[in-house]
Design a binder for this molecule. Sequence first.
Ligand SMILES: N[C@@H](CCC[C@H](N)C(=O)O)C(=O)O
Length: 328
Amino acid sequence: MTKLLKVHGSQNSFFILDQTELENPLTDNELRQLTQTLTDHKTGLLGGADGILSVEESRHPGALGKMRVINTDGSEASMCGNGLRTVARYLHEKTGESQFKVETMYADLAVRQADDFAEGVPAFGVEISPVRFNKESLPFDNLGHDRLLDTLVPELVPGWRFSALAVPNPHLIAFIKEEDLESPVLGELGAYLNGENPYFSDGVNINYTVIRGDSQLFVRTYERGVGFTNACGTGMSASSLAFALTHPDLGHFEKEISVYNPGGMVKTVLHQKDHGYWIELIGNATETHTIEIPEDQLHSGQVKLEAVKTKETGEQAAYLAFVDQLTK
Ligand SMILES: N[C@@H](CCC[C@H](N)C(=O)O)C(=O)O
């Protein structure tokens, strides 16, 4: 039997699969197939999820493991901020270390155990970097600009200003009004830019961001490879940096920014380093279920749900109580 975990950061949910514990690691095809099977929100396990986080061995100095991120549609993302917090917690519990690095597709990122957000709500801080603005990094094209920073882009939505950042996965940020949060335009633009289109050939995560005051944001994200999610950690980090660069009177470096989202709240802290930027993303790392699946079913992608054993950890009640007090 192989043990998996169902986890979330701001209710952006994942299954953690530690491939170092398998007799035979999955091939990339098997991992893609398994993700599509388990994460489907209608037919998947425990109501599905927003992806699988595959934990693998790292040989990089200081890194206790490697995280790979597979979106629900089977595509692989270079980073996942909410997911990295849960992998940090997993590796912390496995090794006893509280501060270490995790290898990701493009960078070895620093992670640390942070103060609990509330009783029963463990939290971790993770590095989000590298940050790039050039159009080749996302990539985007045919928009008449080499970078977007609070730029009018009539090709996308007339009258709306966009910023584009790779952290290193690609993000578009639009600062919008509170009353536009439920507009159908949000989903339409998300679906358009993540299908065949002349601008973002690899798709893009889109963060619709409302400024709620000094150091306060609300972000709703349409994620590449998934659709609307409860939260996107790299998206909230990218939005925080765009906020400070475009609204320096309200968004500040080296000071916590509270970022609310449909699934809860995280904190971000912006840093400048060597003419560049990095962001610390701090938030919950909640384990909701332990799961046991026969290893052969993971390889075949034909998981028989009746052969799977699941057990609630009880952490979700504490998390929901935390979210409840945010709104009071
Ligand atoms: N939810 C994640 C981002 C996951 C990857 C994204 N869908 C992509 O394709 O870039 C986060 O918390 O950062």
